[in-house]
Each structure stands twice: as structure tokens, then as C-alpha cells.
Design a protein around this ligand. Sequence first.
Ligand SMILES: C[S@@+](CC[C@H](N)C(=O)[O-])C[C@H]1O[C@@H](n2cnc3c(N)ncnc32)[C@H](O)[C@@H]1O
Length: 203
Amino acid sequence: MISIKALLTEKELADQFVASLKKGMLEEKFFYWFPLSVRAWLDLCSDGAYRNFVRSRSLIATSAGQIAALLPPGQIEVVSIGSGQGDKDLLILQALASQSRKALYRPVDSSQALLEMACGLAQEAGFSAEGMKADFARSDHLTLVDTNRSAPRLVMMLGNTLGSVDPVQMAATLGKHLMPGGTICWWMVSCTGPRPWRATITR
Ligand SMILES: C[S@@+](CC[C@H](N)C(=O)[O-])C[C@H]1O[C@@H](n2cnc3c(N)ncnc32)[C@H](O)[C@@H]1O
């Protein structure tokens, strides 16, 4: 069974979608809302022509062991903000497991379909997973994500997820939701530059 807690309801999403249409500006979360748009996203990710996905995934693959080694010993909660289908997150979970660490996976996303995939993938690989359907642009939702914690956390925002928000404001908001010794890890891949760029903020 897949376990997902919902802070953001489908009715709220529908109401916000109508309001967004009236304003003539669709927020990014709606691009992943409908089952067919999720399918289009997955097709895009599996098509090597979408270089951002390929580069971002390979950056995580080559750095997962290094990220895992940065974390405090013992059990770790891996919180992925805007997790999508969770395949990059799985690389981090596997790196933790290979260092004999117990990882609890906590994906956060507004897309029910993608959360189901992320949790399902992690569970099939033997990890404990619980999804949170939430809007990461809402501070009240992140506060509730925060109160749920049971171990030191790695909070991740991977891929181009950061592109839909103000990065400085998001850094400040996420900083409030870390336990001492936690790590915010942003791995961004520039669309045009020759090399990926990454930022790790530890406190
Ligand atoms: C570009 S995809 C990246 C997915 C994944 N992190 C990766 O690197 O493959 C952005 C993800 O953020 C989610 N998302 C966008 N806006 C959101 C919001 N306001 N609240 C929660 N999730 C959101 C989308 O549903 C989607 O899964």
C-alpha cells in the first residue's frame, strides 16, 4: 500500500486552476496535475533529448555517495520538495543504504500521480516511504511537513523545481524547516552552461 498524506486537496487545486485561468497565468504545479500531463512529463524525461533531465540525473548519480557521506550518522529522513516521480531521489536513498544507513523517504509534491510513483519506486526498492501532497509555495504547508519529522533530515529540491519560485525566499523558508545539522542541497543544472552548478548549505 502507498501512503500519502494530503494537505492540498483536489478541490483546492481545481479552484486554484480556475482562478489561474481567469488571471491568464498558470502556476507550474498545474503542468503536473492531470494524468495525461504527467504522462507527457514522464515521456519527456525518458527522451534523452531533454538534456536538463539527463544532466541533472547524472549529476546526482555521480554525487550521491558524496551527499550521503555529508550527513550525520544514524537514521535519515530524505525529504524531496517537488519530488516528481522520485527516480533521482532513489539514487540518494540507495547511496545511504550502501553506507549502511536507514533512510526514510518523504516526498512532497502537489501531483498525486507523481507522488504515487515516487513512493512506489522507493518501496519497491525496500525503503520506507510516506508522501505528502502539499504546495511548497505555502508556508503553512511546509510548517506541517516540518512537524512530521522523526530523524535528522536531508531536504532536497532537485532538477529545475527551484525555477518556479523565488530562490532566495525559498532558501530562507526551507532553512526554517531544517533540524540542526541538516543539509539543504540544491543541485541546479544550467540550461546553457557547459558545466552543472550546485550549492550545498549546511547548518
Ligand atoms: C521540474 S519537475 C522536477 C521533479 C524532480 N524533482 C526532478 O528533478 O525530476 C517539478 C516538480 O515540482 C512539482 N511542483 C511544482 N510546483 C509545485 C508546488 N507549488 N507545490 C508542490 N509541488 C510542486 C511538480 O508537480 C513536479 O513534480
